[in-house]
Design a protein around this ligand. Structure first.
Ligand code: BG6
Length: 476
């Protein structure tokens, strides 16, 4: 066994959430309607028609939640701001009472010695912008998104030092415009790439502004990275895995860092009539929005094999299965996803692959020479609350232990890592899976009937992570 490096002294042992999944209070204090508030009301879209109307009521219970974080010793808390609380219609006049919620939240975190990590956009687009100009499908989004970010920069300057621009652009764009499983439920590859290009520009514009304002701190996007493996050493399968890496990973991260789409992917889009329309000045904007770190959300890897021209096409779930499916899907003539026979799976069929995290971190660090902030990683499982009010989630402890071990190995390989945010802090709404798929250190009594008491209970993993933090990763 080799000697591993220590975790850095100021390592951010954190945990994460997102506004729509925890806050509730969907119509309070002047909040506007988001595309998710709307989407969950369409019958059949979510598990048992669950909504985030109440979620886990973090909006009213944030003090209680932060007290739990403080007691645990948490160093960083990643949360997202709901755009519709700041601008109910996405733009125009700032809604002060909505903004006040986040001012109070950030102050409470700082008072508790917890570093706030603020995500500007975690999928809850104002419905008004979707209706007015089609949201991400219009270039108008760039200006509105930048203005929204500017308000947050002005408000939290000197208080928030870690910023996430867009959460999982690759996921919200593919689910929203290709698979149709997220709002606006479009299924059109050409439109997807166009919306995605605007998201790239909006992302760059916000990062550029952050740097122009000389904001103290760091900003970066959170990318959902599922590193691609070859099914075996058949050169055709190796090529398929390389193509998947190019079209499903570098396709986003290259643009973030270098301001240019990767060569092979761009040629493929051109040849297939899928390339987005661009303006001559776009490249300059993209290049001027280089992030300070790469946020990495990691859940699983993808195993790829050659897919003949008459082979399978994109499945219901995702091009690469990042959202979990063993069903074969892919791009005809290029690649298809296979089951990896070497790894175990969760009850939601997500692969458990800690080594994939190490591999992904090394790829990012080598290709982009950039520090990494792990902005999400965790296990969604059923949990059982016992009569004694305890939750024995040893499976979650095992999962997190193995992934933290992999991070330690990546650090020892030479990767610079700023911190690790588990997904999630409290249990929360799992977009399409209701409340039964639990991720938190803190159990919340809430279920699909949405009539839970909302009482909080510490799981075994809560105490385990407390020791991890206290020992700076020595005691796993
Ligand atoms: C990430 C998202 O894709 O995965 C989170 O950023 C999400 O918001 C998490 O909850 C887990 O996915 P799911 O579908 O199990 O909730």
């Amino acid at each position: 066994h080799r000697q591993l490096d220590n975790f850095p002294k100021d390592f951010l042992w954190g945990s994460a959430s997102a506004a729509y999944q925890v806050e509730g209070a969907w119509q309070e204090d002047g909040k506007g309607v988001s595309v998710w508030d709307d989407f969950v009301r369409i019958p059949g879209k979510t598990f048992k028609e669950t909504t985030g109307d109440v979620a886990v009521d973090h909006y009213h219970r944030y003090k209680e939640d932060i007290a739990l974080m403080k007691e645990q010793g948490l160093k960083a808390y990643r949360f997202s701001v709901a755009w519709t609380r700041i601008f109910s219609e996405g733009k125009g006049k700032v809604n002060q009472s909505g903004l006040q919620f986040y001012i109070d939240l950030v102050d409470e975190l700082i008072r508790s010695g917890i570093e706030p990590v603020l995500t500007i956009y975690h999928w809850d687009l104002p419905k008004a912008l979707q209706e007015e100009y089609g949201g991400w499908e219009s270039r108008k989004i760039i200006e509105d998104f930048t203005r929204y970010a500017e308000v947050l920069f002005e408000t939290f300057r000197g208080k928030v030092h870690y910023w996430v621009s867009l959460n999982e652009q690759n996921i919200f764009i593919q689910h929203g415009y290709l698979l149709g499983t997220h709002p606006p439920a479009v299924q059109d590859m050409k439109r997807m790439y166009q919306a995605n290009h605007h998201a790239n520009l909006a992302n760059a514009s916000v990062i550029k502004l952050f740097h122009e304002l000389q904001m103290p701190g760091k900003i970066g996007p959170s990318f959902a990275y599922g590193p691609n493996y070859s099914f075996n050493c058949d050169p055709n399968n190796v090529l398929a895995a390389e193509d998947a890496e190019e079209l499903e990973a570098n396709f986003w991260m290259d643009v973030y860092v270098n301001g240019e789409y990767p060569l092979v992917a761009w040629k493929y889009l051109k040849d297939n009539g899928l390339a987005p329309e661009t303006l001559p000045e776009d490249t300059q904007l993209l290049k001027s929005g280089k992030p300070d770190f790469m946020g990495m959300n990691y859940y699983q890897t993808n195993t790829m094999a050659f897919n003949p021209l008459d082979g399978v096409s994109l499945g219901k779930q995702n091009t690469t299965g990042e959202k979990g499916t063993s069903e074969e899907s892919g791009r005809p003539g290029i690649y298809k996803r296979k089951e990896n026979p070497f790894v175990e799976r969760t009850n939601w069929d997500w692969e458990i692959d800690p080594t994939g995290l190490r591999i992904g971190m090394r790829r990012i660090a080598s290709r982009y020479r950039m520090p990494i902030l792990i902005t999400e990683n965790g296990l969604g499982e059923y949990d059982t609350l016992t009569d004694k009010g305890t939750i024995h989630d040893d499976y979650r402890i095992d999962y997190l232990r193995q992934h933290i071990q992999a991070i330690n190995e990546a650090i020892s390989d030479g990767v610079t890592v700023l911190g690790y945010c588990t997904w999630s802090y409290t249990d929360l709404l799992s977009w399409l899976n209701g409340y039964q798929k639990r991720y938190g250190f803190v159990y919340v009594d809430q279920d699909e009937t949405q009539n839970g008491t909302l009482k909080r209970y510490k799981k075994d993993s809560y105490y385990w992570y407390q020791d991890v933090i206290k020992s700076n990763g020595e005691k796993l």
